[in-house]
Ligand binder design. Structure first.
Ligand code: FES
Length: 123
């Protein structure tokens, strides 16, 4: 490989923050071939670059748990099904209509199913 040939990369501009706090965009670069799906790419980032990046998923690629929803380039997607484009820069954000917990993790459980929530006074 000559010096001019560089391995293609994929850039992920990930919106990060905690709760209602400040938001910033952090860029992660991963080599093409490191991952096929967006979720695999985010998991690659966690394993190889930044273990603090918060992402929710459960089934990884079965499209069964529905927990990996994020916004990719302005569209709501299942991260485990969405594909990244070699050489592209993708924006990745948490769901816009849900409360952000941290980074790409949004509050998706119905209110009654949330830990610590109670609609009834048990006293
Ligand atoms: S990880 Fe379960 S649907 Fe995407």
């Amino acid at each position: 490989m000559s010096a001019k040939e560089e391995k293609p990369m994929i850039c992920l501009d990930v919106q990060r923050g905690v709760g209602d706090g400040p938001t910033h965009v952090q860029r992660y670069e991963l080599p093409v071939g490191a991952a096929q799906s967006l979720l695999d790419g985010l998991r690659w980032v966690r394993e190889n670059v930044d273990p603090t990046l918060a992402v929710r998923y459960s089934c990884i690629n079965a499209n069964a748990c529905k927990e990996c929803m994020v916004v990719l380039d302005g569209k709501v997607v299942y991260a485990c099904m969405a594909r990244m484009q070699p050489g592209a820069t993708h924006s990745v954000e948490p769901l816009p209509n849900k409360a952000r917990i941290r980074d790409l993790v949004s509050e998706i459980a119905p209110v009654k199913e949330r830990l610590g929530s109670s609609d009834e006074d048990d006293d």
